[in-house]
Design a protein around this ligand. Structure first.
Ligand SMILES: C[S@@+](CC[C@H](N)C(=O)[O-])C[C@H]1O[C@@H](n2cnc3c(N)ncnc32)[C@H](O)[C@@H]1O
Length: 276
């Protein structure tokens, strides 16, 4: 397999850090070469050197494909029982109580990958909280990978293997229909979620504020200054009474002074200091 030179690897690392904040770390030459060779095949580019050259010159299609190839998009329905349990037993009931007069709920699923996470939230809301049917419930789901990843999320079609990872059978029966060998999520659930490309390094101010913000299993790819910068921006998009949920292994550990750690329904979440 054609491999990558040290100079090319450094250009790639610089690109990933500058555009997405991703810290590639050391010793990944084999993995990087395998992923870039795949991109070369798809885009019909003759070699990794050629690919890195086009990336360096800022060719859009190349940068989208390389970014997508180098991000880890691992996800599944209802990933981690703790946060989804807490959302059902504590967080949504609390937010419903607090937002009862305006009948509005804003949720943001940042770094949503192929959509299983926001659709899990949408199914939870439909299935367990019928009183929200006449509320304005917005689920914004964003990711930096604007090619195949967000396309798949928008399509809402998953393989047998994907639906067998974490999705309870009653929800599969209720909210999906079979499409050939795959499963397509219902239009009603799809309509609850809006997908958009958002880079966590450049969160637009107009995105608004959210009652519940999930940013899970992405901070692990960033160094501390980048985590600090992203958490500072996320915190500005969290309502005063809102909840931020990170991935199970992602701890703030002094990276943001304004967010306090709380244990809610057996899961960990972060809230503004002094939030009730
Ligand atoms: C491992 S997936 C996590 C998916 C989902 N949140 C979960 O926990 O199952 C990480 C996602 O973060 C996205 N990502 C990486 N860097 C990003 C950035 N700078 N801005 C937004 N999304 C990013 C990747 O494209 C990928 O889809």
């Amino acid at each position: 397999m054609p491999s990558i030179t040290t100079g090319e690897l450094n250009l790639l690392k610089d690109f990933l850090y500058r555009t997405a904040g991703i810290d590639l770390g050391e010793g990944k030459e084999y993995l990087v070469s395998a992923r870039l060779n795949e991109v070369c095949r798809t885009l019909q580019i003759s070699s990794i050197s050629n690919l890195i050259g086009q990336l360096h010159r800022g060719k859009k299609a190349v940068s989208v494909a390389v970014l997508e190839a180098m991000t880890t998009n691992e996800t599944s329905f209802f990933r981690d029982a703790g946060p989804f349990g807490a959302i059902t037993t504590d967080i949504l009931p609390d937010l419903i109580e607090k937002n009862r007069s305006k009948k509005q709920l804003n949720i943001w699923c940042a770094a949503c990958s192929t959509g299983q996470e926001p659709y899990s939230l949408a199914m939870t809301i439909r299935d367990r909280f019928p009183e929200l049917n006449n509320w304005r419930v917005k689920i914004l789901a964003t990711d930096i990978a604007e090619g195949k990843v967000l396309e798949k999320a928008r399509a809402g079609t998953y393989t047998q293997l994907e639906v067998s990872r974490g999705l309870p059978a009653p929800l599969l029966i209720k909210y999906f229909k079979q499409k050939g060998r795959d499963w397509e999520i219902s239009q009603d659930i799809r309509d609850m979620v809006t997908f958009k490309k958002v880079n966590l390094l450049e969160i637009p101010a107009f995105l608004g504020t959210f009652d519940l913000l999930l940013c899970r299993n992405v901070l692990i790819y960033f160094d501390n200054p980048t985590k600090q910068r992203i958490l500072g921006s996320l915190q500005k998009h969290l309502c005063p009474q809102g909840y931020l949920i990170l991935g199970g292994s992602e701890l703030l550990l002094g990276l943001n002074q304004k967010l306090q750690r709380y244990s809610v329904g057996g899961a960990t979440c972060y809230r503004h200091e002094g939030a009730a």
